[in-house]
Ligand binder design. Structure first.
Ligand SMILES: NC(=O)c1ccc[n+]([C@@H]2O[C@H](COP(=O)([O-])OP(=O)(O)OC[C@H]3O[C@@H](n4cnc5c(N)ncnc54)[C@H](OP(=O)(O)O)[C@@H]3O)[C@@H](O)[C@H]2O)c1
Length: 455
């Protein structure tokens, strides 16, 4: 890949990129089919991504007409990579085998390794014969909605397509690698004022939050709405908090430490619930929830903002859904995109129907939603939440940290980029947005590291 990196560093013209040879193999992070039972019988928290995620050479797939090869400069850890690496709730090889049955091109995805990763920034190296809007040399970020437009429902909203998939989770050739194969309709322009790793961490979580809060496909928050955000400095929550503040809403951020509460306030979120300090226990035991705890949370929210949430931004799932349904304002909306703590959900339906609340489901984002979110990042209205950067060889450790909730915001991973800090082409824009704003999460994480080293 050295010749490709040289062309990127030299900012070579498009013709030069087009003539670069595509290597027969490339370095990637992957799990192996032979390992899917390696953690059998273990508790989830004991399953260690460092054991299952390998980094090594894999064969380069052929390029379909609607695809491009991207030299991936940086990528990020998403929770879906944690799921793949611990083979929960299912092994992702089942997804690849299903995709393989769909078409000749789909068959490429069925391999004995699954290259993971659903985010990326990089440079287009070669384009397939049907690609119109992109050319070799283009600097891009990649969103993870992998859609076949031959399904009629994809033309209403591509998230409705029956064979809609998440790239690098339900498809192979993901972004945690030096090279990737993606559909041209996954490409978006790289924000020129960001480094490769700052540009790489946003698309999956930011676009998901955008659909949940801004898009008419979910809640379409309005000015003045009170929004309760679980995990408000996490992968999704770090963007949700910014979107609510930008849109004139009133965020109530839930976090689990004083340090995260500080970060949230620095972001401009005044109402903060520290769920750990508050000692919230929504489940009295394995089978029964404690309604008095729902009421206590509702009371804390009211005491801070004077009313109940119009919207609850849900993703922890089983642990929090009962409380989320309870605290939502009459006729308000709970929007959910996940269930990290368990997907068999229980809530008291009386609190839903008697008070005319709705639960709305949301999943990633269509191309337009991802594009509009990317535009907000390009314009400096939304900042990356990159808190730390790892090398590809350390991908297992980065995934372990996300698995154990030891991180804030997003963790970046350098792929072809030899070091952090590269890739900025619009320095004036960076200055205009403000270094302090762009690097808020990484400065906060660095100061915590310093504090713990000094204590
Ligand atoms: N459907 C989609 O398109 C989509 C897209 C992105 C992510 N997801 C899913 O959404 C979930 C969150 O993703 P993420 O990237 O935001 O993960 P993340 O970076 O780990 O952040 C989630 C945050 O939620 C909070 N949290 C975790 N468990 C909790 C619990 N039991 N009770 C209350 N709060 C809890 C934690 O914050 P505190 O400890 O500070 O409270 C954590 O930092 C994952 O399951 C992921 O797979 C779905």
């Amino acid at each position: 890949m050295d010749h490709i990196l040289e062309a990127i560093s030299a900012d070579a013209p498009s013709e030069d990129f087009a003539s670069l040879a595509i290597p027969e193999s490339y370095r990637a992070a992957y799990v192996r089919r032979e390992d899917v039972d390696m953690f059998e019988g273990m508790a989830s928290s004991d399953k260690d991504p460092r054991q299952s995620l390998k980094v090594g050479e894999v064969a380069t797939p052929e390029l379909a007409p609607d695809e491009v090869y991207v030299a991936v400069m940086a990528s990020s850890i998403n929770f879906n990579t944690v799921w793949t690496s611990i083979f929960e709730p299912l092994s992702t090889f089942g997804f690849l085998d299903r995709l393989a049955r769909e078409s000749e091109w789909g068959a490429r995805h069925k391999r004995d390794h699954h290259v993971v990763g659903s985010d990326g920034s990089g440079v287009v190296i070669q384009v397939g014969s049907a690609v119109r809007n992109w050319k070799p040399g283009d600097r891009v970020t990649i969103h993870c909605n992998y859609v076949d437009d031959q399904d009629p429902s994809a033309h209403d909203d591509s998230m409705k397509a029956a064979n809609q998939r998440i790239w690098g989770f339900e498809s192979n050739f993901g972004g945690l690698a030096d090279l990737s194969v993606v559909k041209a309709n996954q490409l978006m322009p790289k924000p020129a004022h960001l480094t490769w790793e700052e540009a790489a961490v946003n698309a999956l979580c930011a676009s998901t939050s955008y659909r949940m809060l801004v898009s008419p496909n979910a809640t379409q928050m309005k000015q003045g709405d009170v929004v309760l955000i679980w995990g408000a400095t996490g992968g999704l929550g770090g963007y949700a908090t910014q979107l609510v503040l930008n849109g004139g809403g009133i965020p109530v951020g839930v976090v689990s430490s004083a340090e995260k509460a500080d970060l949230l306030r620095e972001m401009g979120c005044e109402a903060v619930v520290d769920r750990k300090a508050g000692g919230y226990q929504f489940w009295a035991d394995e089978h029964n929830q404690d309604e008095s705890e729902w009421r206590r949370l509702g009371g804390e929210i009211r005491s801070q903002v004077g009313e109940d949430p119009d919207i609850v931004f849900e993703h922890p799932g089983r642990q929090t859904m009962g409380a989320s349904v309870y605290v939502t304002k009459r006729a308000g909306t709970i929007v959910t995109c996940a269930a990290t703590s368990g997907y068999k959900i229980e809530y008291d339906n009386r609190h839903l129907w008697m008070r005319l609340k709705r639960i709305v489901s949301s999943h990633f984002a269509n191309y337009q939603e991802a594009w509009l979110m990317n535009r907000l990042i390009q314009r400096g209205a939304i900042q990356p939440t990159l808190s730390a950067t790892f090398n590809l060889a350390e991908v297992g450790e980065a995934a372990r940290q996300v698995h154990h909730n030891e991180h804030e915001g997003k963790l970046g991973v350098l792929c072809l980029a030899p070091e952090a800090g590269q890739g900025i082409t619009d320095h004036a824009m960076r200055e205009k947005v403000g270094e302090d704003k762009i690097t808020m999460f990484s400065r906060h994480a660095a100061s915590l590291k310093n504090d713990s080293a000094n204590s």
